[in-house]
Design a protein around this ligand. Structure first.
Ligand code: CMP
Length: 154
């Protein structure tokens, strides 16, 4: 099923100049970036985004980190993309992430794990609306699509 997911390149990714390498992996996989912006997450946006974690002991540290420097928000579109991107990221803790995944290749931390991606379609809808308005999405049929998959694949 065609889906969209919210991806955040977190402060550690921006600071370490890994934005291009991470975005390249999504492009190489054949996924479409349909919106992208750099911004500074405010404490209020952090609380909205991480609503399910606000009461957890690690939240103050997470908020300090995610608001510490700019991030890049991307809307990524593709078939089954919510699961696919989570698979590409690997385990939350970079120490446990399998080599070959993004976190497995670039992160050795639970908090500084470089990239966030929506964990379900419901989360994707909610999170995309926090970072983007309808007019931000550049949704068009790319000429390369027929080279990426057969018509009956979706
Ligand atoms: P993310 O996928 O953005 O979702 C929630 C984030 O909280 C997670 O990545 C980590 O950066 C962070 N996180 C999750 N669990 C912990 C933890 N136990 N301690 C510190 N940070 C955590």
């Amino acid at each position: 099923m065609m889906q969209r997911s919210l991806v955040l390149l977190k402060p550690d990714c921006v600071e370490r100049r890994l934005m291009g390498q991470i975005i390249s992996r999504f492009e190489a996989k054949g996924l479409d970036i349909v919106a992208m912006k750099m911004l500074r997450v405010t404490p209020e946006l952090a609380r909205q985004h991480y609503a399910e974690h606000v009461s957890k002991p690690f939240y103050p540290s997470l908020e300090k980190f995610i608001t510490s420097a700019p991030i890049v928000a991307l809307a990524v579109q593709g078939l089954d993309v919510v699961r696919l991107i989570r698979d590409m990221l690997g385990a939350t803790n970079g120490l446990n992430a399998t080599p070959g995944t993004i976190r497995g290749d670039y992160s050795s931390s639970r908090q500084m794990n470089l990239v966030h991606a929506s964990d379900s379609q419901e989360s994707a809808h909610r999170e995309l609306a926090l970072y983007f308005s309808d007019g931000d999405f550049c949704d068009h049929e790319l000429l390369i699509t027929p080279a990426l998959r057969a018509e009956d694949e979706g």
